[in-house]
Design a protein around this ligand. Structure first.
Ligand SMILES: [Fe+2]
Ligand SMILES: [Fe+2]
Length: 150
């Protein structure tokens, strides 16, 4: 894991605070796993070479870790949202489930070792977490902040 890349740091710093320290930490951890995947995908994205067998295997284990961690985080978040009676919980749960499906799709493409869609997959991988945290997670953060200050 390395967070030396300026582009990655910039993306990380654009991720919003959701007002719940353990969820902020989970988001950071998820982002770090995504960076691990991005660094492997970046080797092929320059178009200079194909990924080797070892790199496909590394990418596959990074995906396993990402999916496992995302599932744990999503379950914890849903539990908290349910216990606080968040009105948009059903939507939030649907979005989480869709993301897991998309991550499984990604994993499947990786296990097929298909170079064809790598560029597109790489872009999606970098975007999904930020999009989710900065929109749907931020929505619950704002809702709970409004309740506290009401
Ligand atoms: Fe989250
Ligand atoms: Fe979420």
């Amino acid at each position: 894991m390395s967070m030396k890349n300026e582009f990655h740091n910039k993306l990380l710093s654009s991720m919003v605070d959701v007002g719940e320290p353990r969820f902020n930490l989970a988001h950071e951890k998820l982002f770090q796993i995504i960076v691990d995947a991005d660094e492997i995908l970046g080797l092929a994205a320059t178009g200079e070479r194909m990924l080797g067998q070892n790199e496909w295997e590394s990418l596959s284990s990074v995906c396993d870790e990402l999916i496992a961690y995302a599932k744990v985080h999503f379950a914890e978040e849903e539990e908290t949202l349910a216990s606080r009676h968040y009105p948009e919980i059903a939507h939030h749960r649907t979005v989480h489930n869709t993301l897991i499906e998309q991550l499984n799709e990604f994993q499947k493409k990786v296990s097929e070792g298909n170079e064809k869609d790598l560029k597109e997959l790489r872009r999606w991988m970098l975007e999904w977490l930020l999009n989710h945290v900065n929109h749907e997670d931020f929505a619950y953060a704002q809702y709970f902040t409004a309740l506290k200050t009401a």
